[in-house]
Structures are given as structure tokens and as C-alpha cells.
Design a protein around this ligand. Structure first.
Ligand code: GLY
Length: 579
């Protein structure tokens, strides 16, 4: 039987681990990579898919009452910040892709965290010029960027909202005041992270009351969060960017174990940025998503544009040859990502989706064996090329994804994060965790005298892998999808799109299927699933393989002539709800 296991690092106790495995194992899955997943959720008018049932239900209530996808997102995010505080919230950032049915336009909003103006490229270097240890950098105030999620919520509502802003917080305020049962996943995450959560007393008091980690089912209340949401409902997002709540954020960052640089001026200056959607062709459709500072749409787009020249449909999901093509297309795209991709407001970038360039890169896939080595390509520049050095970012899986289609046909895909599980572990007095997004920058500033594109700079946004995606055909959405998962997000999203578009899987099957991800050469195969059985074939093709947990959280909605079809990743606690 195929079982999908949570990442082993989260398996805090054997009992919790077994319960988690039982909770997420897809029912009746077959051998082979096509899962017999649960039936997808279908509906006629609207649908929401999110990582926690209470959050999805808050969005469903808004949609049931005639609200727009943007309205529903505000309600979903407000509840997610309470019930899944380890993944996203008011102290973090998000990217949103929105299709506005009234105008037929697709756009993106960048609510990414921003480096404080006092930050320098040496933010994560020791006095000796060495890179800081990852956890030394993450835990504390130094990693905290200016949050963007509250302002993104408000901006989306200002543009596309139809419901009253203040009413969108009702469910979250009620849950924060009355309490809600701690989920299995949150309880596991707290137990697994108890040491780091104990660094700051305020964080420990919330997640380890009386020194004991929160237990599954334990009622959790957060009156400070209710007060913050009430202020946001009354005053708008400004309530978090100036005044008492903002002062509390800055005091928490500056008073943290590792004091950070965030200032009231950084908060006051924060802006959500509208950016043109980045789209790549795939099978006559356009796969559209978030451009820089995210590498998501460019990297997913490169992978799919290269694969478009090969017949994955004929090969099928159980073919090692299909995975050779997918794996090496991904490695080629990640090589370009490492060298070129960063916040394009700071770093000029070549045309990474140039058709002729990608046709040339796709030719590299035409052999029989895994590529022996993979180098960045030389895409065309419309200005002088920079001599950059490749950079590494260490973004780890946390994050959450929301997919929504409303009754008017508006579609929203938003990936939202505080970066690491529990972010910086710094608790703002307003009742939420602060992000550690700045560790998505390269710690190194230069390599061999050449600058790294994704180095820290004041006011810059760290490179992301988040890939909120809307697939468009003939100018209208056909698939809304995205996932958490650090830099493996790119592989999860690309694979699910291939599963749906090439292998005919419905959204539930596409998000449930075992994962195979290759970024830098080693093939990650999902532990406990049929993916692991491909190891000998992939090794024979020349890959090193690594069998491990691959903890995505894909949420997908297909828009079809017969209605909406949705799926929620069985590896997490999410659901799709539609009517
Ligand atoms: N922090 C996860 C990402 O932005 O990719």
C-alpha cells in the first residue's frame, strides 16, 4: 500500500508520528505513480482550498454570502494566522496571482518581506567574514524582514473586494477569543521545535504553556491576536504599520535574542508592489505566476517550456524516461535560478523565458542518460550582462497555499509564509510570529570577487521559490494551484501541472501523487510511496537518489465547462470546499 509520510524531522514522538501517518495516508492507493486518491471535490459556483478546515470554512462562508475571491482570501488568511501560526500570518509575506473576470485581466501582487534599510550585504556574516550558521541566523530578530501580508490583504480587498472589510475578520476573532482545538500538525511541530520555541519567553508562553508543548486537541486561545484583528478591521492594515502594534513588532525584533534591524521607518515605508504576471507556454496554455523577487514562475516556466518539446503524455507517469526529462529540465532551470534570479528591482535579469533560448536548453535533454553536469545558460540580455556568481539560499519548507474561485469566475492563487516553521521564533505582542524571510537571501555577498545576485541589500526583497500559479487557456483560468515546500515548491507545482495536463489526473490525484524532485542533481523520491520504487531505474540513468519525506501542501482547483474540481494535499490538514 502506498503511504504518504510526513517529513521525518517533524515526527516528534512515535505515537504522534503514527497518528500523523494514519491521518495523511491516501486511501486505497495503487502501486505505480497514479494514485487512487479520494474523489475530488466538485462544485458549480465557487470553491476554496486551504491548509486548515477552519480557515477554508471561513473562506467558504464569505463565498456563500456572495463575497469575491479576494474577500474570501482575507478571511482565510486571518484564520490561518491563528490555527496554522507556524506557516503564515500577519508577521510574514505573500504573493498573490489574481484573475479578474470582469476585465479578463490577470495580475500579481508582491507582498514579500523587505530587508530593513539598515541591513547590509554582510547581515549574515560573522565578524570574521564567515557565513553564520543557519539556525544562528534564523532564530531571533536579525532574520526579520518588514512584513507584507497585512498590506497585501488590504490591497487585494481594495482592488477586488465586494464584502465589507470589517466583517471578514469575524470568524478569526471568534476563534481567537473562544478558542479552537490545536491541530495534530501544530502539536507535532511544537513538540519537534520545543528547544527553539523556548528561546524567547513570550513565544514559549504561547506554544509551551507551563513548559509543556501544546497537545493535539488542546484548546488554544489568542486574545492578543483578536485585538490585533479588531484593530485591522477598524483601521485597515495601517494598524500594523504604525502605532502601538508596529511599536510592539519593532520592540520584539530589537529585544530578541539576536537583535534585528527593523525600524518603525521600515514599517511605515512598506509597499505592496503590483507586477506583471510571468507566463510560460505549455501545451497551448499559459502557465502564469509570480515573477521576481520570486523565482517561482520563471523556474516552473522554464521547466515546462523545455518539457513542452517532449511527449510526456505518451511516456506516462511510471516511465523513468519521463522522470529523466522532468528531472534534468528542473536541474537546468535551477542552474539559471541560482545565477540570475533575485529581486529585479535591484538586479538586472536576462530574458529567462526567451523562446529560442529555451529551445536550445531543451535540446540538452535529448540524450538517453542523466546530464553529467549542468551549468547556467546564456539567455539574451537587452543590456550589458553582469558577471554574477551563483548563490545558494537555504529556504526550508513551511508556508501555506490558498486557491479560490468565486461565483463570478474570479480566481486567486496565493502562497503565504513566515519562511521557516515558526519563522524567527520571535513573538510580536500583537499575538503572532514574525518571519525569518531574510534568510532567503544568500548569506555570501560575493564569490571569487563576483557579486551574488541574491545578496542582502537595504530595501531589497529576498528571492523566493513560492509559485502561486494560474494556468490560462484562451484568456481564462483553467487551473489554480500552488504549494508550500521551500525551493521544492517549484518541483511540486511543475509535477502537479504535468500530472493534470499530460497524464489526465484530476486535481485531487495530481496533488496526491508521489513526489519526485530534482533541483541540483540528486533525485529526491518520496519516502513510503511508489516513487521510491523508481530508485533503481533512476540510478541506472545516472542519478543519485535520496528517499525522504517530501512535504508539499498543494491546493488545486480546475475550472472546467462542467464546473469546478478541487483537491487538497493529503500530506497536510487542508480541505477543498465548494458549492
Ligand atoms: N520562504 C519560502 C519562499 O519564499 O520560497
Amino acid at each position: 500500500m502506498l503511504r504518504v509520510l510526513l517529513a521525518t524531522t517533524l515526527l516528534a514522538t512515535p505515537a504522534l508520528a503514527q497518528e500523523a501517518a494514519d491521518a495523511v495516508a491516501p486511501e486505497g492507493a495503487t502501486a505505480g505513480l497514479t494514485p487512487e486518491a479520494a474523489a475530488p471535490v466538485t462544485s458549480q459556483d465557487w470553491m476554496v482550498a486551504a491548509a486548515n478546515p477552519l480557515a477554508a470554512e471561513a473562506g467558504a462562508r464569505v463565498l456563500r454570502e456572495g463575497g469575491s475571491a479576494a474577500d474570501a482570501m482575507v478571511a482565510v488568511q486571518a484564520v490561518l494566522g491563528l490555527v496554522e501560526p507556524q506557516s503564515s500570518g500577519l508577521g510574514g509575506g505573500a504573493f498573490l496571482v489574481y484573475y479578474d473576470a470582469a476585465t479578463g485581466t490577470l495580475t500579481t501582487l508582491d507582498g514579500r518581506e523587505t530587508a530593513p534599510m539598515a541591513a547590509t550585504p554582510k547581515l549574515f556574516l560573522t565578524e570574521d567574514g564567515e557565513r553564520m550558521g543557519f539556525w544562528d541566523a534564523v532564530v531571533g530578530g536579525l532574520s526579520v524582514g518588514t512584513p507584507g501580508t497585512p498590506m497585501l490583504m488590504e490591497e487585494a480587498h481594495r482592488r477586488w473586494g465586494t464584502a465589507s472589510w470589517s466583517g471578514l475578520f469575524d470568524d478569526a476573532i471568534g476563534l481567537a477569543e473562544d478558542g479552537f482545538p490545536t491541530s495534530l500538525r501544530l502539536a507535532m511541530a511544537v513538540t519537534g521545535d520545543a528547544e527553539r520555541l523556548s528561546v524567547h519567553p513570550e513565544t514559549a508562553a504561547y506554544f509551551l504553556p507551563g513548559g509543556t508543548p501544546l497537545q493535539k486537541g488542546e484548546t488554544l486561545r489568542n486574545p492578543a491576536y483578536a485585538d490585533t484583528l479588531r484593530a485591522m478591521a477598524e483601521q485597515g492594515a495601517d494598524a500594523l504599520y504604525e502605532g502601538e502594534i508596529a511599536e510592539g513588532i519593532v520592540a520584539a525584533v530589537r529585544g530578541a535574542a539576536q537583535p534585528g534591524l527593523l525600524s518603525l521607518e521600515d514599517l511605515a515605508a512598506y509597499k505592496v508592489v503590483e507586477r506583471e504576471a510571468v507566463c510560460a507556454p505549455y501545451h497551448g496554455a499559459e502557465v502564469c505566476g509570480m515573477g521576481p523577487p520570486s523565482s517561482g514562475a520563471l523556474t516552473v516556466g522554464q521547466i515546462l517550456a523545455m518539457l513542452d518539446r517532449y511527449d510526456l503524455a505518451a511516456l506516462g507517469p511510471d516511465s523513468p524516461e519521463a522522470w529523466r526529462l522532468i528531472g534534468d529540465a528542473s536541474r537546468l532551470a535551477f542552474a539559471d535560478r541560482g545565477l540570475y534570479m533575485a529581486d529585479s528591482d535591484f538586479v538586472p535579469m536576462p530574458d529567462l523565458l526567451d523562446e529560442a533560448y529555451l529551445a536550445g536548453r531543451a535540446v540538452l535533454l535529448s540524450g538517453d542518460m542523466a546530464l553529467e553536469s549542468v551549468e547556467p545558460g546564456t539567455p539574451p540580455w537587452d543590456h550589458a550582462a553582469l558577471d554574477l556568481a551563483p548563490g545558494l539560499d537555504l529556504s526550508l519548507p513551511s508556508t501555506s497555499h490558498i486557491s479560490i474561485v468565486d461565483a463570478d469566475g474570479n480566481a486567486l492563487s496565493m502562497t503565504t509564509t513566515i519562511e521557516n516553521g515558526f519563522g524567527s521564533r520571535v513573538w510580536a505582542p500583537g499575538g503572532f510570529l514574525l518571519n525569518n524571510e531574510l534568510t532567503d537571501f544568500s548569506f555570501a555577498t560575493h564569490d571569487d570577487g563576483r557579486p551574488v545576485a541574491n545578496r542582502v541589500e537595504p530595501g531589497k526583497r529576498p528571492r523566493s521559490s513560492m509559485a502561486p500559479t494560474i494556468v490560462m487557456r484562451d484568456g481564462a483560468p483553467v487551473l489554480v494551484i500552488g504549494s508550500p515546500g521551500g525551493s521544492r515548491i517549484i518541483g511540486y507545482v511543475a509535477q502537479a501541472i504535468v500530472a493534470h495536463m499530460d497524464w489526465g489526473m484530476d486535481p485531487q490525484a495530481a496533488v496526491s501523487m508521489p513526489h519526485l524532485v530534482n533541483r541540483f542533481g540528486t533525485y529526491d523520491l518520496e519516502e513510503g510511496t511508489a516513487a521510491a520504487a523508481l530508485a533503481p531505474d533512476l540510478e541506472a540513468l545516472g542519478y543519485e537518489v535520496n528517499v525522504r519525506g517530501l512535504n508539499s501542501g498543494l491546493h488545486a482547483i480546475a475550472v472546467t465547462p462542467d464546473g469546478l474540481i478541487g483537491g487538497a494535499d493529503p500530506r497536510r490538514e487542508g480541505v477543498a470546499i465548494g458549492e
